[in-house]
Design a protein around this ligand. Sequence first.
Ligand code: 2P0
Length: 330
Amino acid sequence: PEKLIATDQAEAFAPSNIALCKYWGKRQSELNLPVNSSLSISLAHLGTRTQIRPSQTGEDQVVLNGQLLPVESSFACKVISFVDLFRRGRSYPLIVDTRNNIPTAAGLASSASGFAALTQAINQYFQLQLPDAVLSAFARMGSGSASRSIYSGFVEWRMGLQEDGMDSHAYPLDIIWPDLRVGLVKVSTAVKAVDSRSGMKRTVETASLYQSWPAQAAQDLEKIHQALSDGNFSELGAVAEHNAMSMHATMIASWPPLLYWQPDSVVAMQKIWALREAGVEVYFTMDAGPNLKLLFQEKNQALLETEFPGLEVVAPFEASESLNSSTTTV
Ligand code: 2P0
């Protein structure tokens, strides 16, 4: 709009999400347009809460987990240039106060929930009343996976075909699996060495194996849709694990090699394969970091909590008041 109307304060929550069919590679990097479509599950109460209020100093301020960041830090720069997409040269100095309840930059997708919460908070703060699909397309420009964090439950980000990217946004799937569980195996919460953006670029530019990725991702997406409509957990888990390993194979085939795994990641993988051999239905997926995300059903929760001490378990479809607050203006 020509004129922005600011409120006193706005606050929004967005969940983190874990892709079952991964986004890896951009066809256009300024707008974050992906090479392939992807599909994720949102992590209910795990995510980011962001508050926006006017800054009395006349300067933007970015606060992360209670700490005021230097404006020249890369996180603050990203946040400020994202807000500028909406302010477009107009002077509205803001305090962006953002809090994650997941470890930042540990491959637990905090940029996804971060940009989704920021987009929703901006929408409320300036009373833009943008539809969810447009919010998703905006969130995508902050971080590709953020397009999916606008919604809860199973979410598909369709790559789209348009050059302006307005058809590259997520859609919520009308499927509920109350007994689905996602378990976070924290191998390391250290900040990763190569961020996803540079990692993707390196893979696309140097890994000849990457040529087979778009077709594999398209096929996996189809299979996941089928598994979801059949209610077939084993198929869902198997396709998600195969998809993650295929993505990591393209990363490893980059130069210099991109290996996000730590020795303990492999220990955990082998444990999961042994459990499956023994008849326990558990699968895993991994992102641009050393941590594993387990996929299993509620009936196996107690056993897996024993096998993986410290496992953080999320029930993506649990009813939660905090999810509703994503649309609340304070
Ligand atoms: C995903 N990842 O689908 C994939 C799998 C990591 C591995 O989306 O450059 O932070 O900001 O668009 O969204 C992480 O990449 O990257 C990611 P940008 P993003 O979840």
